[in-house]
Design a protein around this ligand. Structure first.
Ligand code: HBI
Length: 98
């Protein structure tokens, strides 16, 4: 998967399919309230395995049941297809956990 920095148009198009995420400069961010702390940790574990598979890792903040994910491609200095792909995976992992 490409680590080429996305254009503004590509980012806008990509975020249209990710309504739970918002742009913060070169990062996209999502928070979610999960059903319980163990549920939150299970989501993080699922995401961690996919992050390893993609060799692309989110910043994750865990506060009781609230998870905050932040994605950016550090090596590209901005957003890439990897960020959008992992964001969609995180959304799927959260479905049924919130
Ligand atoms: N995760 N978010 C993010 N950004 C990167 O540039 C990155 C990563 N995980 C591993 C990784 N890069 C390695 O492929 C090396 O580029 C460090």
């Amino acid at each position: 998967m490409s680590r080429e920095r996305l254009t503004e148009d590509q980012i806008t198009t990509g975020l249209a399919a990710l309504p739970q995420w918002h742009r913060d400069g070169d990062t996209i961010v999502r928070t979610a309230e999960t059903a319980s702390f163990p549920t939150a940790i299970r989501v993080v574990d699922t995401v961690a395995l996919e992050a390893e598979r993609l060799d692309h890792h989110p910043d994750i903040d865990i506060r009781w049941r609230t998870l905050r994910f932040a994605l950016s491609t550090h090596s590209a200095g901005g957003l890439t297809e990897l960020d959008l792909t992992l964001a969609a995976f995180i959304d799927r992992s959260l479905a049924g956990a919130v």
